[in-house]
Design a protein around this ligand. Structure first.
Ligand code: NAG
Ligand code: NAG
Ligand code: NAG
Ligand code: NAG
Ligand code: NAG
Length: 435
């Protein structure tokens, strides 16, 4: 079937409407100081992490951005020029020297500020200083800006007000001539998935993550991000998965939903819970920004964050986030959720999540998985591999056989996620992409 002309022009338009700096073609990957170190940072914290990313081969998996979060600042800007100044105790050689060292290691360097008069840590913010800040960052060799939302003087409440405040920094970054990945962190306020794709490379969808599985906390009060009046913080990981479900449709190349930085390795969740965390951040195409101490990791942590099969899905160019196909409440508490997504080359990802406190058993019906692809796809056989098991050569993705119609009697433990790759079996007559 020929693709209708209107659809073709919409596809072309979609490309034009991305933030046009050539970055985050696939979700950005890296490491950030905040989740583990908070304000307790210095040039040593950042350089040691950069070296550890290399020593642990994490750079080979794509973790290339080294990101300095809040509290790098001196008490005040330069009184003569208004330019930002770094804390001379924490950064005795200045930020340019640090970024040079990061670049010499073959990595990229990022900085943090807030679209407000102060940062969240109470340092000077960038509201009204967009041009001089962007210019200084570019001079320092900055490749990435995480731009927060604290102390914004009430300049929020409608998409236009939020857009205009964040667009000012977007323009200032562009004017430097240096490609700087622009990571908006306005906590989902005013629906950034609707206004951010033309001005930023990614946008946070919710309040800050907390290193817990699903605990409800009044400080993260919303039940949906679509009508959220107070994003708050202390948002448990499984709640962010819920928040992400309806907005996946808004993400595309160069413009991603940011589910917040990873907590894997910070100690607040079990192994299975961190597997769930990493699985969903991968298949929902969130930026994968490590937030643990990469100089001191357990084998379990390293195992999770180097699951190449899941990273490949996250970095699969030209495909969007997986979608939730159903969510079933469990009488024991929590729910079972089925997610599915299309990958390149006629491959599919299927994920089953159990947020309940007890093991559950369920069938995964292909009428649900392939609802968008139609009957032929629902009926044909698939070769399945389990992406949390390794094959005989040590690669992630162990074959679990050929399956038709449904995956029957799947037993899934409390807080576990199972992720499968499904590829039409060779015996299937269907050609690539054919319906
Ligand atoms: C600035 O924006 C223009 C037009 O959108 C784009 O072509 C260019 O690549 C951008 N430059 C940078 C450095 O982001
Ligand atoms: C990193 O990769 C090299 C080979 O590329 C290997 O020899 C080494 O053991 C790996 N190190 C770690 C920590 O995985
Ligand atoms: C954006 O910047 C312009 C100056 O370039 C300023 O007049 C305007 O108030 C700024 N808007 C916001 C929302 O900060
Ligand atoms: C390394 O991690 C272990 C286990 O979490 C912890 O007990 C130890 O204090 C850490 N060491 C450093 C130097 O942070
Ligand atoms: C990781 O596992 C290896 C053996 O598989 C062991 O020698 C090493 O001490 C472990 N490292 C940590 C940090 O647990």
């Amino acid at each position: 079937m020929a693709i209708p002309k209107l659809l073709l022009s919409l596809v072309a338009l979609g490309n034009v409407l991305a933030h046009d700096n050539g970055l985050a073609i696939t979700p950005q990957m890296g490491w950030n100081t905040w989740n583990h170190f908070g304000c307790d940072i210095s040039d040593a914290t950042i350089l040691n992490a950069a070296k550890a990313l290399i020593a642990n081969n994490l750079t080979q998996f794509g973790y290339n951005y080294v990101l300095m979060d809040d509290c790098w600042h001196a008490p005040a800007r330069d009184s003569a020029t208004g330019a930002p100044v770094a804390d001379p105790q924490k950064f005795p050689n200045g930020i340019k020297a640090l970024s040079d060292e990061i670049h010499n290691l073959g990595l990229k360097f990022g900085i943090y500020s807030s679209a407000g008069v102060y940062t969240c840590g109470g340092k000077f913010g960038s509201l009204g200083f967009e041009e001089i800040d962007a210019k200084t960052y570019a001079e320092w060799g900055v490749d990435y800006l995480k731009y927060d939302n604290c102390f914004n003087e009430g300049l929020a409440g409608t998409p236009k007000i939020s857009h205009d405040r964040y667009a000012n920094m977007s323009r200032a970054l562009n004017a430097t001539g240096r490609p700087i990945l622009y990571s908006m962190c306005n906590w989902g306020e005013d629906g950034p998935w609707n206004f951010a794709p033309t001005i930023a490379n990614s946008w946070r969808i919710s309040g800050d993550i907390v290193d817990m599985f699903d605990r409800f906390d009044e400080r993260c009060p919303c039940t949906s991000v679509l009508d959220c009046k107070l994003a708050g913080f202390h948002c448990a990981m499984a709640r962010i998965i819920d928040f992400a479900a309806p907005v996946g449709q808004k993400a595309h190349s160069g413009a991603w939903n940011d589910l917040d930085m990873l907590e894997v390795g910070n100690g607040g969740m079990t192994f299975d819970e961190y597997v769930t965390h990493f699985s969903f951040w991968s298949i929902l195409k969130s930026p994968l920004i490590l937030g643990n101490d990469v100089t001191n990791m357990s084998n379990e942590t390293l195992t999770i964050i180097t699951n190449k099969a899941l990273i490949d899905i996250n970095q699969d160019a030209g495909v969007g986030p997986a979608n939730r196909m159903w969510k079933r409440t469990i009488p024991d508490g929590g729910d079972l959720q089925l997610w599915a997504g299309s990958l390149s080359n006629n491959r599919f990802v299927i994920a089953l999540l159990n947020t309940s406190p007890k093991q559950q058993t369920t069938d995964v019906d292909f009428t649900d998985v392939f609802v968008d692809q139609g009957k032929a796809y629902q009926q044909q056989p698939y070769q399945l591999s389990d992406l949390w098991q390794k094959d005989s050569t040590g690669n992630w993705g162990k074959s679990v056989g050929t399956v038709q119609g449904s995956i029957r009697n799947v037993r899934i433990g409390a807080h576990q996620t199972k992720v499968w790759l499904a590829v039409p079996a060779p015996s299937s007559k269907r050609a690539l992409g054919e319906l």
